[in-house]
Structure formats: C-alpha cells, structure tokens
Design a protein around this ligand. Sequence first.
Ligand SMILES: Cc1cc2nc3c(=O)[nH]c(=O)nc-3n(C[C@H](O)[C@H](O)[C@H](O)COP(=O)(O)OP(=O)(O)OC[C@H]3O[C@@H](n4cnc5c(N)ncnc54)[C@H](O)[C@@H]3O)c2cc1C
Length: 495
Amino acid sequence: MRVVVIGAGLGGLSAAAHLVRRGHQVTVLERDSVPGGRVGLLASDGFHIDTGPTILLMPNLLAETFAAAGRDMAHYLTIEPVDPMYRATFADGSELRVLHDREAMTEEIRRFANAREAGAFNEFCEWLVDLYQAESTNFIDTNFGGPWDVLRKWRGIVEIAKHGGFGRLDSKVASFFDDERLQRIFSYQTLLGGLSPKDALAMYAVVCYMDTVGGVYAPRGGMHTIATGLARATVDAGATIRYGTPVTRILRGGDNAVTGVEIGGSERITADAVVCNADLPVAYRTLLGGTDAPRAARRGRYSPSCLLWVAGVRGAAPEGAARHNIHFGDQWEGAFKAIIKRGVRMTDPSILVSMQSVGDPLAAPAGCSTVYAFEPVPNLDGKIDWARDGERLADDLRRRVAQLGYPTDVVVERSYDPLDWEAMGLERGTPFSLSHTVRQSGPFRPNNVDARVPGLVFTGSSTLPGVGVPFVLLSGKLAARRVEEYARATSVVRW
Ligand SMILES: Cc1cc2nc3c(=O)[nH]c(=O)nc-3n(C[C@H](O)[C@H](O)[C@H](O)COP(=O)(O)OP(=O)(O)OC[C@H]3O[C@@H](n4cnc5c(N)ncnc54)[C@H](O)[C@@H]3O)c2cc1C
C-alpha cells in the first residue's frame, strides 16, 4: 500500500516504523524542518535544551519501535537511567529523593518518613505491577471497535476490579501511605491528565507504575534525539520523510475513502491510506472539511496546559539539585481545583525544574547549565488572558526559579504559554490533549479510525491510548495495525 503519514511527531514516526517493514511504501510529510513535534529543541550558543518532554519512561517501548523498523536502538541512541529519578521538595522544607533501586528507595522513605511507610512502599510497588499487567493488554495496547467493545474485555475489567482499579486513586494511595507528602509524590501524575487524585480512578496509577517501578531514563544529548534517531532509523528502513511540507487537505474519492493529500494548497500525493499525526480536533477542522470531529473531541474536557521557561545560563547547578526537581507548593487539593475546575493559576504553584545539564555533558558548554521550569496552568478554556498577562506570568516563573537557588544568568532563553501551544496546532492551547477522564479514555476516547472516512487512521496523543511518549509510541503501533486491517479489507496489492 502507498501510505502517507501526516506529521513526524513520535506518533507519526512510530506508525511509519511499524509499517515500513511490512511491505508498504511509506512517505512521512512534516511541515516543520525537523522531526519531533512537541519533542522540541532549543539549540543555540552551544546549548541543546529540550523544550518538550524531559522524562523518558518505558524505554523498552522505544526499543520495540526501532525493532519494528528492523533497527537496533543502540545504534541510534544511548539511553541512560536518571538516578535519583526526582528530588521532591515540600513546603515544610523536607526533601525526598525518588531512587531507581527499590531497596535504596525503601531506605530513603524510612529516613524521610518512618519504617511503616517504608514497608508500605514494597506493597505499593507490587500493587502497581499487578495493576499494570491487568491494564496493559486489555486497555492500553489495544484497538477498540467502539464504546460497546468494552464488553469484549470483561475479563480485563474483572482483573482490574480485583486490584481495586475502579476505586478512587487518592483513597487507594492513602491505603498504603499515611504520610501526605508520600501520597502526593505517588499520585500527582494525574494533574496533566486533567484529573485530581480525588476524581481519578485508581487505574490511573498506571502512570505512577511507569516511573516508580519502570524508572526514569534519558537519552544522551536530550529527548529530541529520540525523534531524530527514530526518523533516521525509519528512513534507513526504507521510508521517505519530507520536511517543510505542510499538508493542507486530506483528499477523498466518491465513496469518501482517502485518495491522498494536498500539500501547500497545490501539490497532490496519491495514497491508499493516510495516517494523521496532527492533533485530531484540529485535523478534522483544517484538513477534513465537511466531516465533524467526534463529539468527545468537540465538546470534551481538555487537560491543563503549561507555562514553560527554558534557558541556557552561566553557572553551575545548586548544591543538591537533581536532574528533575519537583517543588510542591503548600496547596494540594486547592491546586487541582484552581487549574482544572476554576481555570485560574495556583496561588502557590507547584513546579518542575529540570536541569538536563546535570548528567548530560552535551546539554551545555563548560561552566554553564540548562534550566527548564514547568508550571501547570489552565488551558485556553480557563480564565487567564495570556495575551495580556503571559509575559508577567513568565517573569514570575523566572523569579521563582531564581528564589529556589537555580542559576538565572541567561545566555539564551525562550518561554511558551498556552497561546504558543495553540499556535503549534494544539487544541485549546494544551500539549496534553483531551483529559483522561473515564469518559474520554480507552473505548471512549476519539477512535483512531472513522467509519465515515475509510483509509484514514489517527495516531498521537489525541487518540488511543493517550498522552505521553510511551502512549504515543503505542498509538503508532495501533495505527499500523489499523492500516494492515484496511489493506486486508480492501485487498490493495502491496508494493
Ligand atoms: C512541555 C512538555 C512537557 C512534556 N513532558 C513529557 C514528559 O516528560 N514525558 C512524556 O512522556 N511526555 C511528555 N510530554 C507529552 C509528549 O511530548 C506528547 O504526548 C507527545 O510528544 C505527542 O506526540 P504526538 O506524536 O502525538 O504529537 P506531536 O509531537 O505534536 O507531533 C505532531 C506532528 O505533526 C506535524 N503536523 C501537524 N499538522 C501538520 C500538517 N498539516 N502537515 C504536516 N505536518 C503536520 C507537527 O509539526 C508535528 O511534528 C510533554 C509535552 C510538552 C509540550
């Protein structure tokens, strides 16, 4: 089959990697001059600073994606564990290091809290492992025919229920840990999925499994090298990638099946199937005139966004800084309410400060460091007027980073707010897509196929299974399965 992939984000590249060795003629069309999409890079004055994800979870899924293209990841990337995985600081001045090794982490919890909490950690990890196993084949690494398909998965549902996956996340985590600070570190992950631990189902702890049990990793040279490495591997395997190539329309025939794409309003490329990595609601609006996006994408609830400040600075990391530093503010439930329900900024924002230069010599020149400060904020459905207040809020974030003791003698810098994410083609100005409420996850999330447009398949964070590098890599694999099914159904002769 001739397959066109719109977009060389990780979703598009993963789909291409899974298709290229199956006898398809794969062409990836990317509007930017580089691959990666949200896995962005600020390269200037000797700095190489990630402007998107900084935390690599489940690198085995990345290795599988390279392997699908018949390539060895080690030839393209060097992945290293980040240890400590995080340093968490709390408003009471206490500090916890989240470590790779389970025994070392148990000791750290003993020091930080007490022996009871340390004992609970092992039980918590065992629960996470069971939960992940119950969810991964039934709900994560799987395509759905539609909402009713959930019935086909009844065994998986029973298994998840057996592990308490349908209870509330906050109570489940509190059933292991009494210490409120530990409850925070093992449940804050819901925030970018648009949920507070109080509203999230315990099955959402699968993201906590990915870091607490699976571990945090980083590629040498920064996260952007994942995109460049995967793009190279896909091309080595036989795909074509064209950069600076904006797709302006998905073309359809009389039966509404895809027939190709239009580039830059003029050039046309014929295709038997089109895999679309552009943000799904935006793709429906801009590339598929006349076909409405699924209801969840039009009317659904979108995840919070983020205010991001990245900088190459003179000076060293402060004493004790880790690669990833989570600074919790004093609020907890109030923080979720502010961002998700009231659409306003947290009064005492919890922020992540990542220093890629801690452990990665390629990130900054000698004597310099990189700083990446990330504050969750409401998306454009919220009440903040970013055109008016964006610069002031970014200044505020810079000041906070300086107060925390990080070097801020800037050589090069950039900041991103929800208007910037919107300008990159991301619905409601959030890089974190539709939130992961139950009604917007699994079989209820906008599907990766649409019966109204045969031959069109979606990949990326706005479809199944969801947001984040591991899920997006899986979305490419699921999209490739859909293309294979379509090829079989239409019996198009393979090239
Ligand atoms: C600041 C930030 C921090 C994050 N932190 C983490 C983290 O630590 N860990 C983690 O796992 N995840 C993290 N994420 C989320 C993760 O980056 C995303 O879920 C993932 O990268 C999305 O990939 P994608 O393929 O769905 O989309 P994208 O990366 O957006 O790719 C879509 C591609 O399609 C291209 N495109 C769109 N329209 C067209 C068109 N018409 N023609 C041609 N090309 C087009 C775009 O240019 C882009 O390259 C973070 C994201 C951000 C922004």
